[in-house]
Design a protein around this ligand. Structure first.
Ligand code: UDP
Length: 140
């Protein structure tokens, strides 16, 4: 196993409920380290660019609207197999199918308002991190 970095986003449904600290605690307890973090509000353009891979999916427009509806917390997480580890800690996309003890089972409201994003591959992690952070903002 190698030390790796992944991009995490705490989504607007979670910032709205003031549970960012609870989510960060679950990431840290799961073995990941926050090496970069900032709270932002995305423009429509930024959200569209980030989710470009989904642009032909039926949920794309609603997803962009949701992700621009309030503040989000962007993070770079570091740890052993960080991409896969974070996906385990997050749980399945649909909170109704997420395993017990996962962030989405605990906090997700529905398949869209599912509290967190996590990169789905090391390649996408690198792209997403580069899109959201300057190298100088990442302090390992
Ligand atoms: N999403 C949605 N409806 C769906 C599937 C996904 O609104 O039917 C949203 C949801 O917020 C999800 C995001 O689009 O987290 C990206 O979808 P993906 O399939 O990449 O899931 P993830 O990698 O986030 O588990």
């Amino acid at each position: 196993m190698a030390t790796e970095r992944t991009l995490s986003i705490i989504k607007p449904d979670a910032t709205e409920r003031n549970i960012t600290g609870k989510i960060i605690a679950m990431l840290e307890e799961g073995g990941l380290r926050v090496v970069a973090q900032k709270r932002v509000r995305w423009s429509r353009e930024q959200a569209e660019k980030f989710y470009e891979v989904h642009k032909d999916r039926p949920f794309y427009n609603d997803l962009v609207t949701f992700m621009t509806s309030g503040p989000i917390v962007l993070q770079v997480l570091e740890g052993e197999d960080a991409v896969a580890r974070n996906r385990e800690i997050m749980g399945a996309t649909n909170p109704a199918e997420a395993g017990p003890g996962t962030i989405r089972a605990e906090f997700g409201e529905n398949i869209e308002r599912n509290s967190v994003h996590g990169s789905d591959s090391p390649e996408n992690a690198q792209k997403e991190i580069a899109l959201c952070f300057d190298e100088s903002e990442i302090v390992g």
